[in-house]
Each structure stands twice: as C-alpha cells, then as structure tokens.
Design a protein around this ligand. Structure first.
Ligand code: CAA
Length: 259
C-alpha cells in the first residue's frame, strides 16, 4: 500500500517501522495521517513475520500535536456529532504486538499522547514532551489527562497540562515517561535493537506480556494478578514454553515457532 503522510518499511523481515512524514507541519496529526497510521499498524499486526513495530518521526518532531489548521474551524457540534479529531486515534490501542515509540524533537499535545499510546518510549536527547493545548484554549483530547498522570504522577501532569511547559528528555526519563534516553544519532539503532530482541522471543509470550502489563492500568491489583496468573498458566499450553525451558536447561539458544 502507498501512503502520503507516513513511510513504512520493514527491517530484518521482522520489525515494522512507521515514520510520520508531514515535515512542513512538524508531523501534525490530521485525519488522513491517523487513518494511514491505523492501516499500517493493522497490516503489521496481521503479518505473522512481524514481531515488533517502531513508530517514529523526524529529528525535529515526533509530532507537534493534532493539526491546528484542520481543527480551528470546527464547532462543538462538528466535533461531538462527528467525533472529529481523535476518532480514528484509538486503533493503536487495538494492536496486539508491541509498539515502541522512538521519539526525537517535539512530542506535543496529540504527539505526546500518541507517544504515550505506544507500549514504551525510547527518547532521543533532544526530545521535548508537552501538553500545551491550554495555550490554544482547549485541553488534551487524546488521553493526555489520563495517561500522563499514570506515567509521571499528578503533580507533573498538572504542571504540564496547566502551564504548558515542556519536559526535556532527561526529566522525562527521571519521571518514568520514557524508558531510555540516547543521543539522537543512536535513536534508530537503539529502537531497532530493542525491537529485534522482542521479535526474537515467542510472539505468543510477547503478546501475553503486553496484555498483562496493560491490564495493570484497567483493573485493581487482585484482578490484575489473577489475570496475569491465568495468562502465565495458559502459556504452558504452547510449544514455545517447552522450547524455551528446554533450551535453558540444555544450555542452547531457543528456536521459537510462535506456536
Ligand atoms: N498543527 C498544525 N501545524 C503545525 C502544528 C500543529 N499542531 N505545529 C506546528 N505546525 C506548523 C506551523 O504552523 C509551521 O507551519 P508554517 O511553516 O506553514 O507556518 C510549521 O509547522 C513549523 O512550526 P513553527 O514555525 O511554529 O516552528 P517553531 O520551531 O517555531 O515552533 C513548536 C515549534 C513549538 C512545536 C510550535 O510549532 C508549536 O507550538 N506548535 C503547536 C503545538 C501545539 O499546540 N500542539 C497541540 C495541538 S492541539 C492537540 O494536540 C489536541 C489534542 O490533544 C488531540
């Protein structure tokens, strides 16, 4: 499939890479881009060869938010009735394979929210995260007020949403918003390295791990622990569990079949 607002490629036959590509608008997220992103994510998710997906932008911007020029003219009725602006953003939540956000430059507003929808974020040292919607008379509209406090706690989330200040990569790592920070020149390799490691494991175990960690945000501790235990037990029905444990015990590399 050909796309106008994103670039899509694979690496080593097992990692799908999606690059946001509206450079003139700092990768501002409009309906067309988000539709294409959803299509590309679904295509990789359905491809048995792909074990992990990377979502990235440019050196200057991961994404500078929802497209202000597209939404400036909307009325309340447009947005409410048509569920405009973020209606097609949730596709990423339905993706069952891991999605790594490789973030450089601005990740603002919807850009920060999109990064937070990834399973984890690896940031370049020039990354800047923010929820500056308050400056244009609105509030975050794609989960920022919900995911940011879960990631960095109430105080920093309030600070960012109310003052619109940006958080640099070092602060984002300290606060737990990103898992690692690397120099920009190393970002692509670092993300690819992580993706290749994930793609080398049993896809079934990887999907179960993602599902179980996500459950921590949707349930209480007892329910979450029980959910995890059931998935853990279920993995004993897979060939990959037999292979993984036998490989450990016989001191060899496992050969996972995703079965
Ligand atoms: N929407 C549309 N266009 C945008 C954009 C956005 N969110 N962000 C940047 N652009 C465009 C600019 O209009 C500019 O276009 P022109 O060259 O045609 O004028 C181009 O990208 C480059 O931007 P700047 O000249 O402003 O670059 P800068 O380096 O001076 O500043 C910036 C960079 C700080 C990111 C600044 O562009 C900015 O503040 N952008 C808006 C950030 C923002 O408010 N994001 C939240 C959007 S609302 C939202 O996301 C709602 C939601 O939760 C879903």
């Amino acid at each position: 499939m050909s796309y106008e607002n994103i670039e899509v490629r694979t690496e080593a036959g097992k990692v799908g890479i999606i690059t946001l590509n509206r450079p003139k608008a700092l990768n501002a997220l409009n309906d067309a881009l988000m539709t294409e992103l959803g299509q590309a994510l679904k295509a990789f998710d359905a491809d048995d060869a792909i074990g992990c997906i990377i979502l990235t932008g440019s050196e200057r911007a991961f994404a500078a938010g929802a497209d202000i020029s597209a939404m400036a003219k909307y009325s309340f009725i447009d947005t409410y009735k048509g569920d405009y602006i973020t209606r097609n953003w949730e596709t990423i939540r339905s993706i069952r394979k891991p999605v790594i956000g490789a973030v450089a430059g601005f990740a603002l507003g919807g850009g920060c929210e999109l990064a937070m929808m990834c399973d984890f974020i690896i940031a370049a040292d020039n990354a800047k995260f923010g929820q500056p919607e308050i400056k244009i008379g609105v509030i975050p509209g794609a989960g920022g007020t919900q995911r940011l406090p879960r990631a960095v706690g109430k105080s920093k989330a309030m600070d960012m949403a109310l003052t619109a200040r940006m958080m640099d990569a070092a602060e984002a790592e300290r606060a737990g918003l990103v898992s690692r920070v690397v120099p920009f020149e190393k970002l692509a390799d670092e993300a690819l390295g992580a993706a290749l490691i994930i793609a080398g494991f049993s896809q079934i175990a990887v999907m179960a791990a993602k599902e179980s960690v996500n459950r921590a945000f949707e349930s209480g501790l007892s329910d979450g622990v029980m959910f995890e235990r059931r998935l853990f037990h279920a993995l004993f029905a897979t060939q990959d569990q037999k292979e993984g444990m036998d490989a450990f015990l016989t001191k060899r590399q496992p050969d996972f079949k995703n079965a």
